[in-house]
Design a protein around this ligand. Structure first.
Ligand code: MN
Ligand code: MN
Length: 378
């Protein structure tokens, strides 16, 4: 069992412990490179290899971790400036040839009836997004909103309304508040117009919200409704902790038809992503990073390169959850971070995509000692 204990010491005695989770890159028997795809028996995992083959219940004693410098992967190639100057769809070709492709993980490992029972000393996260006020609509079909799986923490990555009308926000708040999860974490999306006070004067007019509406008053009222959702935290470039697991939330995305929380690509986006502290385990944004869950039905990629770069070179969260590109629902990995597009609505705005579920081990108290509360670096 010598190999196993050295593996565990590698896990728990580094400054940034590379804990095992779905999507972690490993070498099996020192040579075969693969990715953890599913937790197996105690101390074993199903491994998906580079050549597409799979091996079940591989004991951790046969694995070694891909070496990685703390706080980021020092072997990552810097991207040529050109990648930031061209269309993101083309930029992705440069990024993936420099840093590797996105690998799709089997959705069955994250939702539906195949879910394994929750392991001991873990927190179960249930992730939804882009529910677009469907909680109030009577549907002729079964929807994913009626069967949100149980778990410890319910995450929502924004676009919970259609245009952020106070009545929509109130209906969502009632429904979300009544779900049984002990904790809820929520961010806004570009459709939740009234949550973005700085742009609401303009968007309210454009979307025909009452002409007589006092814009400031509506924004304050709507924010108070969201803040009053029981057992829920609403994050705007801010963080929280669940059993020592660090969560950060940010609503911004690269410009999209001048809706809420829009920023030009480049420095304005990058400024928000620099606020994400190192050591975050679960990141919530509304929009996807470039290359993961961001492929639109038009063939274009809507993801943010500045976000991907900040995550790959510095933050390295274990999970990055988002929505926004409805047709991108699913789970991918770059070998370090697991990317979750949790959009509940599909491309045709039908709320049929199941919630995505993952478990994270509660970190041993000693590892977090002296790490201080989650705060921005700046
Ligand atoms: Mn949406
Ligand atoms: Mn959106």
């Amino acid at each position: 069992m010598k190999a196993s204990s050295s593996f565990l010491s590698a896990l728990f005695h580094k400054q940034t412990p590379p804990e095992l989770c779905i999507g972690t890159s490993v070498f099996v028997d020192g040579t075969r490179e693969g990715i953890l795809a599913c937790v197996g028996e105690p101390n074993s995992w199903d491994v998906l290899f580079e050549d597409g083959s799979e091996e079940y219940s591989v004991p951790t004693s046969r694995m070694s971790l891909k070496p990685m410098a703390s706080g980021g992967d020092s072997t990552l190639k810097p991207l040529p400036l050109r990648a930031y100057q061209i269309d993101p769809t083309q930029a992705w070709d440069i990024v993936r040839s420099a840093r590797g492709d996105a690998l799709k993980l089997p959705l069955g490992n994250f939702c539906g009836e195949e879910l394994p029972p929750k392991r001991e000393r873990t927190v179960r996260f249930v992730c939804i997004s882009d529910t677009h006020s469907y909680e109030t609509k009577a549907m002729s079909m079964a929807t994913a909103l009626e069967s949100i799986p149980p778990g410890d923490v319910l995450l929502h990555c924004g676009d919970f309304t259609n245009t952020g009308k106070a009545s929509e926000v109130a209906a969502f708040a009632k429904w979300f508040g009544e779900l049984p999860h002990a904790r809820k974490i929520l961010i806004a999306g570009n459709h939740d117009l009234s949550l973005h006070a700085a742009s609401y004067a303009e968007t309210a007019k454009r979307f025909g919200h009452g002409a007589q509406e006092d814009v400031e008053d509506t924004c304050a009222k709507v924010r108070a409704i969201v803040d009053a959702i029981p057992r829920c935290e609403y994050l705007v470039d801010s963080g929280t902790e669940v059993e020592g697991i660090r969560v950060w939330g940010s609503p911004w995305q690269p410009e999209f038809c001048d809706w809420a929380f829009n920023l030009p690509r480049g420095e304005p986006c990058r400024e928000k992503w620099r606020m994400i502290p190192e050591g975050v385990d679960v990141l919530l944004t509304h929009g996807p990073p470039l290359g993961h869950g961001d492929l639109c039905s038009s063939g274009h990629r809507a993801g943010c390169l500045d976000l991907l770069d900040e995550l790959q070179t510095r933050v390295r969260p274990r999970y990055h959850c988002f929505g926004h590109v409805h047709e991108g629902h699913g789970v991918t990995t770059d070998g370090s971070t697991t990317y979750v597009n949790a959009s509940t609505c599909n491309l045709r705005y039908r709320p049929v995509n199941e919630a995505i579920v993952f478990d994270i081990e509660i970190p041993p108290a000693t590892v977090r000692e002296g790490s201080g509360p989650l705060s921005s670096r700046s």
